[in-house]
Design a protein around this ligand. Structure first.
Ligand SMILES: Cc1ncc(C[n+]2csc(CCOP(=O)(O)OP(=O)(O)O)c2C)c(N)n1
Ligand code: SF4
Ligand SMILES: [Mg+2]
Length: 288
């Protein structure tokens, strides 16, 4: 019998979609003994509707505000059945994580259920037409911020530092090897794990579809995206930003930043530097 693709080819995501690449890479690490969950979002395209799905593994379509509660229940059921070798993988967007599902996520982490939660961050509510979320970068134009977002993005990674996660990491579609390493590590943990992945979205960020990975790499180099992990109470910075002066280039390659002026650009650079400096200080602490 031909081996089943764990995620079908030819899904109806946009050209250059980073979310699909992350979903595919995740299953290359976790393998067939995985149950996945998606909330309403672009990732629901993979889960499909009716009796059609792109996943070659069991999948559940949840509601937007409580994927972590679904994951908690499945995780506990697996425990009762003694099925220790099955991984529960939540796969949700930034809107479903930072905003609408945050309360449920907080509860699941506090209760300590064994599950891996992957948040792919495309910085908007893309599945409903590209409205701003709290993850959207300052200055970015979206459907609901046509003249540019006025607030800085919520720093969910720092918020979660004081929660009892068994493992916490940021990752990027610009460094798949690092993402896979972190996922493999999460799979060994007997508790809640959170991996936050930067997924530049060509449709929402308005850059050519063949530049998804380049934009993600530029975000890491310029300090607009920080790669780190927290394990056993210690933060490790995995890749240092090389040059904050690259931030204007990062911004100018995306039409969503077409309307920003020098003042907003300076604020974005300042925010990126402050976040990195804070992360450096936190990484010096013996135990978090
Ligand atoms: C409680 C609730 N509010 C709003 C919606 C409508 N809705 C469906 S998908 C979606 C966008 C989700 O955005 P995100 O989690 O960032 O995922 P993306 O679409 O960007 O992949 C929204 C607002 C919903 N399904 N449920
Ligand atoms: S809108 Fe963005 S995240 Fe959603 S399917 Fe298209 S490229 Fe992927
Ligand atoms: Mg989103």
């Amino acid at each position: 019998m031909a081996e089943l693709d764990l995620l079908s080819k030819g899904m109806t995501t946009c050209q250059g979609c980073p979310m699909e690449l992350i979903g595919r890479s995740a299953l290359e690490v976790l393998g067939p003994k995985t149950i996945t969950m998606t909330p309403p979002s672009c990732s629901a395209i993979l889960t499909g509707s009716g009796d059609e799905t792109g996943w070659g593994i069991p999948s559940v379509q949840t509601v937007l505000m409580s994927l972590p509660a679904f994951a908690s229940g499945v995780s506990e059921a697996l425990k009762i059945r003694g099925m220790d070798d099955v991984t529960v993988m939540g796969f949700a967007g930034d809107g479903g994580t930072f905003d609408i599902g945050l309360q449920s996520l907080s509860g699941a982490i506090e209760r300590g259920h064994k599950a891996i939660y992957i948040c792919y961050n495309n910085e908007a509510y893309m599945n409903t037409g590209g409205q701003r979320s709290s993850a959207t970068t300052l200055g970015a134009s979206t459907k609901t911020t046509p003249t540019g977002k006025k607030e800085v993005s919520k720093n969910i990674d720092f918020m979660l530092l004081h929660t009892p996660l068994a493992y916490q990491a940021t990752a990027s579609v610009g460094n798949i090897r690092d993402f896979k390493r972190k996922l493999a590590k999460a799979a060994t943990k007997d508790g809640p794990c959170f991996i936050h992945v930067m997924t530049p979205c060509p449709s929402g960020w308005k850059f050519p579809a063949d530049q998804t990975v380049q934009i993600a790499k530029l975000a890491i180099k310029s300090g607009m995206w920080l790669l780190f992990e927290r394990e056993d109470g210690k933060i490790t910075i995995n890749q240092k930003p090389t040059n904050f002066e690259l931030i204007p280039e990062y911004l100018s390659r995306q039409k969503r930043f077409n309307r920003i002026n020098d003042e907003i650009t300076a604020q974005i650079i300042e925010e990126a530097k402050t976040r990195y400096e804070t992360l450096q200080q936190l990484s010096q602490l013996a135990c978090l």
